[in-house]
Design a protein around this ligand. Structure first.
Ligand code: RB5
Length: 146
C-alpha cells in the first residue's frame, strides 16, 4: 500500500485509540497530522471533526480518521462539511465497502465499543481499499448535488 497523508482527531472517548492508531500508522510509513486533543480531558467532538474534515476537503490529507465513544457524533459533524463523506464503521467489511462504493474520505471509529486491534484492521482495510467508480461515481455525483 502506498503511503497516505492522514489527519486524525478524537474526543476524550476516543483519545487512547487515537494515540495508538497514530503511532501504528506512522510505523507503517504513513504521515499523520494530529488535530488533538492532547489528553483525556472532556472536549466536544464537533470541534475536532470540523478541523480534521476541513483538511480533507482542502486535499491536505487523503483520509480523515476520527474517534469518539461511538463514532456516531464524529460522523454527523464531519458530514456537515461539503465534500466530506464520513462513515461510522465497526466492521472490516463496512470499511471496505465504504471505500469501494461510497468513496468515503473520513472514517469514524468507536473507542468505547470496538477494541484497538479491530479498529486497526478496520483502518488498514479502509486506507487500502479503492473506490470502484462506474455506477458508484454517478451516485457520488448526486450526493454532491444535495
Ligand atoms: C462523549 O461522552 C460521547 O458522547 C462521544 O464520545 C460520542 O460517542 C458521541 O457521538
Amino acid at each position: 500500500m502506498s503511503a497516505k497523508r492522514i489527519v486524525i482527531g478524537s474526543d476524550h472517548g476516543g483519545f487512547d485509540q487515537k494515540e495508538s492508531l497514530k503511532s501504528w500508522l506512522v510505523s507503517q510509513g504513513h504521515s499523520v497530522k494530529d488535530m488533538g486533543p492532547e489528553n483525556t480531558a472532556s472536549v466536544d467532538y464537533p470541534d475536532y471533526a470540523h478541523t480534521a474534515a476541513k483538511l480533507v476537503k482542502q486535499e491536505e490529507a487523503d483520509f480523515g480518521i476520527l474517534v469518539c465513544g461511538t463514532g456516531l457524533g464524529m460522523a454527523i459533524a464531519a458530514n456537515k462539511v461539503a465534500g466530506i463523506r464520513a462513515v461510522p464503521v465497526t466492521s472490516v467489511e463496512f470499511a471496505q465497502l465504504s471505500r469501494e462504493h461510497n468513496d468515503a474520505n473520513v472514517i469514524c471509529l468507536s473507542g468505547r465499543f470496538v477494541d484497538d486491534a479491530t479498529n486497526k484492521n478496520i483502518v488498514s482495510t479502509f486506507i487500502g481499499s479503492d473506490f470502484e467508480g462506474e455506477r458508484h461515481a454517478r451516485r457520488i455525483a448526486k450526493l454532491e448535488q444535495i
